[in-house]
Design a protein around this ligand. Structure first.
Ligand SMILES: Nc1ncnc2c1ncn2[C@@H]1O[C@H](COP(=O)(O)OP(=O)(O)OP(=O)(O)O)[C@@H](O)[C@H]1O
Ligand SMILES: [Mg+2]
Length: 243
């Protein structure tokens, strides 16, 4: 039995956007110790909204967020939470704001007190880990969609968070890059919550699966995430499977 408090707990989190008649999120309860969790669910079901609430970008109408046993209420609490949880936005353009890749990745470590040289070294190491060696001086807004996704991920990993919240991390990635990301996520063994429509990606990176439906997060107890072999036309081409 795990005697430490969970890394993250949600208690009865409810939320409606202004003007919505029915709540989008209805009394969501959930906790994570060190698990690697996947969330699937239809478009518009509230997955991204839930991440935004956890990160303090939206305020829940009701309920509590608890990080390592401490309730998170004030902006100062959320500041502390954001140092521990690395959040990858669904849209990388919301995440990247510096002129060059190096400046974007070094921003976090610099903010956390690293010297410019240390921040540069961390940034270069992180880029290499993600297969982006030599990207330091590239202009961020001119990167391709997949490159932006990886650079956005680098901005998070360079801050060495305790847990990752990744909103559709495999979108826009080519098959080889997607495999590299799977390998990285498996190797670093960090707790994470990944939102994705790519069930095979979740199967490769998560040990628990939840679905978001009708405003609730429902644990998929009866189905174990598993890899399987299968046969169909063009199976020798890189491909994804629907849910
Ligand atoms: N700022 C907003 N104001 C009003 N409604 C919003 C706002 N942002 C999102 N919504 C609505 O809330 C619902 C949930 O959106 P959300 O982005 O959380 O869904 P999602 O599950 O992440 O979907 P997807 O799989 O398409 O990314 C959608 O119907 C969306 O249109
Ligand atoms: Mg979303």
């Amino acid at each position: 039995m795990n005697m430490n408090p969970p890394l993250l707990e949600l208690h009865n989190i409810s939320y409606s956007y202004p003007g919505q008649k029915n709540p989008l999120l209805k009394e969501i309860n959930f906790h994570v110790h060190k698990e690697q969790i996947g969330i699937i669910g239809p478009n518009g079901s509230g997955k991204t909204t839930l991440f935004q609430i956890i990160m303090g970008l939206l305020k829940a109408d009701d309920g509590q967020i608890v990080l390592q046993g401490t309730e998170i209420k004030t902006e100062k609490d959320f500041f502390m939470l954001r140092r521990k949880l690395g959040f990858l936005f669904q849209d990388s353009d919301d995440q990247l704001f510096s002129p060059t890749v190096l400046e974007d990745i070094a921003f976090g470590p610099l903010n956390h007190g690293a010297t410019p040289q240390e921040a540069r070294d961390i940034s270069i190491r992180t880029l290499e880990k993600l297969g982006l060696k030599g990207f330091e001086d590239r202009i961020t807004h001119r990167l391709s969609g997949g490159e932006k996704k990886l650079v956005a991920l680098a901005t998070i990993l360079s801050m060495e968070p305790e847990m990752l919240l990744l909103d559709e991390p495999s979108n826009n990635l080519d098959p080889a890059t997607r495999e590299r990301l799977i390998k990285i996520l498996r190797e670093q063994k960090l707790a994470h919550i990944i939102i994705s429509h790519d069930l095979d990606f979740l199967a490769s990176t998560c040990n628990q699966l939840y679905t978001m439906q009708d405003g609730q997060l429902i644990r998929c107890e009866e189905k174990q995430i598993h890899n399987h072999e299968h046969i169909h036309p063009y199976g020798n081409q890189p491909h994804l499977h629907g849910i």
